[in-house]
Design a protein around this ligand. Sequence first.
Ligand code: ACO
Length: 429
Amino acid sequence: MSAEAELTIDGTTYTLPVVEGSEGERAIDITGLRSQTGLTALDPAYGNTASCTSEITYIDGDQGILRYRGIPLEEFADNPNFVEVAWLLIFGKLPNADEYKRFSVRLTNNANLDEDMKHHFMGFPRSAPPMAILSAMISTLSCFHPQLLELHTPEEFEAAAARLISKIRTLAAYTYRHSRGLPYMYPDPQLPYISNFLHMMFSQPYQRYESNAEVRRALNLILILHADHEQNCSTSTVRMVGSSKANLFASCAAGVSALWGPLHGGANVKVIEMLEEIHNGNQTADEFINLSKDKSSGVRLMGFGHRIYKNFDPRATMLREVCDDLLAKLGIDDPLLEIAKRLEDIALNDEYFVERKLYPNVDFYSGIILRAIGIPTNMFTVLFAIGRLPGWIAHWHEQNRDPGMRISRPRQIYTGNQKSSYINIEDRK
Ligand code: ACO
């Protein structure tokens, strides 16, 4: 018999079903709460609310576990392939050889942008924030591919997913080229996903950029480690927007905006700014740690803490290794890495961080790796978005396939004025 929860309000006891996930997490199903009791549940920032059931990603934040469709993240470390992981997340299983080939061909064939989209890039100031451009340009794709606004068949959905995953690379690279006043480099159909992105970022018309195998491996892994993280802020945004039946492009553009924030994906930029502050001698690591413990300062140790992980973020553990490895192989001695390790060491031994279970998160080391690859700091969150896109698409798809899907519409507890009357302007104080 399945479990039930009892809730007593004003002397009346109500019974609510308890649902259990495949890994044993349990939740009280409150879908009938308001109709049964007349009450709603108040949970600002949704710390206790499961907004949906999902088969895509499993996290156990206390144990530091993260699995995509059941596969532990660590299993992707030896043979990283972002395109396979994208397929896995979106379609629920690793692609077989035919599926992989078909999807790869679709990615290659869709890498180019409509020439008219270049005019849109040219309309942005060179100093425009890359995340603003990315969000706008993903929305703009809706104008260039109107046939993909309504997806009726699995074939149409796969075509739209491939188009978006392929084009986001080109959009990201063109955003960078525009900010530097560099000519846009067309995608090269001979190159696979990661190499093609690096080519569009760094080649010149007169000099081809030849990417290093270590760089490709690190970038592949970075994208995989960012590919999904269940109901985080940007993914919940994509689901929220998609719940109104907004199209895939519009929903993912909203995800980019949510990711931009410094408490979410934007933290990878803030981490580097923090490390640079310390490197430039404006503050010592100890002073920064002390400041981040003082609430009145408004300062936080960026790249530390997580809503879900109350133990090591497995992505941070893997990234720290990749970071050490890549810098050693490229012969780079980045002083920011030493500062990051020092901050981590101080924080992990400081009562404030230990008590609150604050550990390095995915953003703590990723920026140092991206710097080593030659990605400028203001593009870091764009790279996060490229990685997170398959997760957004997977969640949008899962939600859209659910026959019980309804528009997301939370309630509120109103705490404003009680009924009052309109006052003519001459009578107002
Ligand atoms: N530095 C200092 N103190 C912190 C930090 C931090 N980085 N993170 C949390 N705390 C403290 C809070 O002040 C609070 O203390 P209190 O209990 O004495 O009031 C306690 O730890 C709990 O923090 P909350 O803000 O309630 O935690 P929440 O789950 O709401 O926030 C978040 C999580 C946003 C990630 C937070 O830890 C943070 O701001 N970290 C820095 C930004 C960052 O790295 N973001 C990236 C997250 S990963 C991602 O989105 C990809």
